[in-house]
Design a protein around this ligand. Structure first.
Ligand SMILES: *Cc1c(COP(=O)(O)O)cnc(C)c1O
Length: 468
C-alpha cells in the first residue's frame, strides 16, 4: 500500500504542465489548452484509481482534441429492436422528408410568403390542408412537439380563471417530466378531477361540471400511452364526451394516421402470407380521425411517434378552437421551425397514398416487415459474426409510449460467452456506435431496426469488440 502510494505520487509529479502538453498539439490555442487540461486531469484520476492507461499522454491529448472538433450528436446504429426509441431520436425520417429538410435548409423558402399574392403568409399553410384531408378536421396547426400542443390547447381553451376537467384515471405521467396535473397548472388553468383511478363514468363528468366553482374551459382526455389499466376499469370513450356542452381536448399521444387495412395490402402484395399483426395492432392506439369525428375541439399528438415524422406537435379540430390556439401568445413560443415543418409536410404527403405510407415511412415499414426478411437479415448478421452468434427467438417493444402491450416477436442474434455489460459498452464506444439490448444475460442484436446497409457495420463492430 505504502509502496503503491509512493509510485503514484511519482507518476503524478511526472505529469507535464498544461502549457507544455498544449505546445505539442496543433490547432487554435484555446482548444489546445482545453484538450491538454482535460487529458492531464483524466490521467491524474486514472493514476489515483490505479488504472493502466493504454495511450501515451500526447496521443491521448490528440484524441481529446479531435473529439472537441467533432460533433457530439452523431448517427448511431439501433440494434435494440425498439422502433420508437426516445433516447435514440425516435422516428428515422422517410427519404422524402430527409430530402425536403436538406433542400429547405440549403436556401430560402416560402415559409411565410404567399407566392401567388406576394403577401405575407403563414407557415401553417404548408401542412393545414394535408392534415384536414387526412383527419377530416376543420382546421389544423403544427407546433414544436406533443407536449407543447397539449400545453397550448389547455392555455387556449381554459387558462387563468378557468378550470380543466380531467378523469383521475388520466392524471398520468408520460415520461421525461410530462405530468398532466403539471401541464394543466403551467397553462394557468385550475384542475378539476373527476371519477376514480380505475373508473370514470359520464355521470362523473356531469357532476363535476354541475358543481364546479370555477367556469370550466375544457374537458381534457389523455391517452394512457405507456401503460394500460386492466381489470375493473371504465373510461368514457371520446364519443361519450361530445354532448356535455364543454369543448374537449383529446391528447391521443402517439396518434395514428395510418390505415391498418393498407398494411394488409402491402404485406399481401409482397407475396407474403405471414401474419400482418403489427399493422392491425395499430388498432390499439387511437386514430386521429376517430377523435375528430367524435367532435373533439382539439386533438393533439406527436409527429415523431407512430406518425413517423420529425419532432412536432399536431393539433387538429374545430375552427374556433384552432383560432384560439393560433391567437394565444404561447403559440409563438412553441412554433414549429422550418426544418421540422419541411419534414412534416413531406411525411404527411406520403399518407395521401396509404399503401405508400406503409412502405416508405420507416416506422410503419419496421412495424409491418415480414418474418422472412427479418430471418434472412438475422442469418446474415449471425453468419458474419461467426461462432459467438446464435439466431434465437426474442421480442422487442414498439417504444415511444405507444402500444405498450405489443410484443414484436421475431428472430434476434444473441452473442454468447462475454460479459454482456462490457460487450454492450464496447459496441457503444465503436464508430459508428452500436446500441444493443441485453436480455437474459446476453447481448441481443435485433434485425427489425437495422437497415440492410447497417448489417455489415454491425458485423464489423461486433468482431472488433470481441477481439478486445
Ligand atoms: C408522448 C406524449 C406526449 C408528449 O409528446 P412529445 O412529442 O414527446 O412532446 C403527450 N401526451 C401523450 C399522451 C403522449 O403519449
Amino acid at each position: 500500500m505504502g509502496a503503491r502510494r509512493t509510485a503514484d505520487n511519482a507518476e503524478l509529479k511526472a505529469l507535464p504542465a498544461v502549457h507544455e502538453l498544449a505546445g505539442r498539439l496543433d490547432g487554435p490555442h484555446a482548444l489546445r489548452v482545453k484538450a491538454a487540461r482535460r487529458t492531464i486531469d483524466e490521467r491524474r484520476e486514472a493514476v489515483r484509481a490505479g488504472a493502466d492507461p493504454t495511450l501515451d499522454l500526447v496521443s491521448r491529448a490528440r484524441e481529446v482534441l479531435d473529439g472537441l472538433r467533432s460533433t457530439s450528436l452523431q448517427r448511431v446504429v439501433n440494434a435494440t429492436g425498439v422502433i420508437i426509441h426516445t433516447n435514440l431520436g425516435r422516428a428515422p425520417l422517410p427519404a422524402g422528408a430527409q430530402a425536403a429538410v436538406v433542400d429547405i435548409a440549403d436556401g430560402y423558402s416560402n415559409l411565410e410568403l404567399d407566392l401567388a399574392s406576394g403577401r405575407r403568409g403563414t407557415r401553417q399553410a404548408h401542412i393545414e390542408e394535408l392534415l384536414r384531408d387526412l383527419t377530416g378536421a376543420e382546421a389544423a396547426i403544427a407546433v414544436n412537439n406533443g407536449a407543447a400542443a397539449v400545453l397550448l390547447a389547455a392555455a387556449a381553451l381554459a387558462g387563468p380563471g378557468r378550470a380543466i376537467l380531467v378523469s383521475r384515471g388520466q392524471l398520468v405521467e408520460i415520461g421525461g417530466g410530462f405530468r398532466i396535473p403539471e401541464v394543466v397548472s403551467a397553462s394557468g388553468s385550475s384542475l378539476l378531477e373527476v371519477g376514480t383511478t380505475n373508473r370514470t363514468r359520464v355521470s362523473d363528468y356531469e357532476r363535476g361540471l354541475k358543481t364546479a366553482e370555477t367556469p370550466v374551459g375544457a374537458i381534457l382526455r389523455v391517452h394512457q400511452s405507456n401503460f394500460r389499466a386492466v381489470g375493473f376499469v371504465e373510461e368514457v370513450p371520446i364519443e361519450g364526451l361530445r354532448d356535455l356542452g364543454v369543448p374537449v381536448i383529446d391528447d391521443v399521444g402517439s396518434g395514428v394516421l395510418a390505415d391498418p387495412a393498407a398494411a394488409l395490402a402491402v404485406v399481401a402484395g409482397g407475396g407474403c402470407t405471414g401474419d400482418p399483426g403489427p399493422g392491425l395492432a395499430l388498432a390499439d392506439e387511437p386514430e386521429l380521425k376517430r377523435s375528430v369525428a367524435a367532435g373533439a375541439a382539439l386533438v393533439c399528438c406527436s409527429g415523431d411517434k407512430l406518425l413517423g415524422g420529425p419532432q412536432a406537435g399536431i393539433m387538429v379540430g374545430r375552427r374556433e378552437a384552432l383560432e384560439a390556439a393560433r391567437a394565444h401568445p404561447l403559440a409563438r413560443a412553441v412554433r414549429i421551425d422550418k426544418l421540422a415543418l419541411a419534414a412534416l409536410e413531406a411525411t404527411l404527403l406520403l399518407y395521401r397514398d396509404p399503401e405508400r405510407a406503409w412502405r416508405e415511412v420507416p416506422v410503419l415499414a419496421m412495424l409491418s416487415v415480414d418474418e422472412s426478411t427479418l430471418q434472412a437479415r438475422a442469418q446474415r448478421l449471425g453468419a458474419g459474426i461467426g461462432s459467438a452468434a446464435n439466431v434465437v427467438r426474442s421480442s422487442a417493444t414498439v417504444g415511444g409510449g405507444a402500444l405498450p402491450l405489443l410484443e414484436l416477436e421475431g428472430p434476434a442474434v444473441a452473442l454468447e460467452g462475454e460479459d454482456p455489460v462490457a460487450l454492450a459498452r464496447a459496441l457503444r464506444g465503436g464508430d459508428p456506435p452500436v446500441v444493443a439490448r441485453i436480455h437474459d444475460g446476453r447481448v441481443m442484436l435485433d434485425p427489425r431496426t437495422l437497415r440492410e446497409a447497417e448489417v455489415v457495420q454491425v458485423i464489423a463492430a461486433v468482431r472488433r469488440a470481441l477481439e478486445r
